[in-house]
Design a protein around this ligand. Sequence first.
Ligand SMILES: [Zn+2]
Length: 195
Amino acid sequence: MSVLPLTYIPDQILRKKTRKVSKLTDEMVSLTDDMIETMHAEHGVGIAANQVGRNLRIAYIEIPEESEENGELTEAMSYLLINPEIIKRVGIREIDEGCLSIPGFRGNLSRSVKVTVRAQDINGKEFRIKAENLLAQALEHEIDHLNGVLYVDRMEDAEKLYLLDPADGAQSQTNMTTINIWNMRHFAQPVVRKS
Ligand SMILES: [Zn+2]
């Protein structure tokens, strides 16, 4: 296993709808191991294959046992998702979100309260996840990635995008400004949101 270099905006691979996996090869299985290791190294809760430069419909999500969301304790969960699709969304809520591919920033946006996702596991077997809270948010975020969509595309107001204080532990691998990121919204495709 190895830690892979992340892709950052404005890398075009983050704007492509990723390619469906018809048969999981050994190389793809090894990629999933590397994605997991990379996500751990970057302290993320999710990662999509195009965030490590691979045009494949594969994502991994790992929700830690203790989440800071609302100060609530959540159950630890991890999911490897091959060809995931959201098949149902319920409700709308406002939340804060960040992304490993947009380091140093967070934004406030609307996400669903609950989602149902259909995906395949590493053996190609189909399964479904009914999710709420942080897991629902992570599923929407990662499946957006696989569709070439970033959280900033879903924001309504530039003032809701803010730069983290580097003293708070934010990485500063980018000298992007808020205006730069805001102007990059929707540059590949329109986002159609059904609620
Ligand atoms: Zn992301």
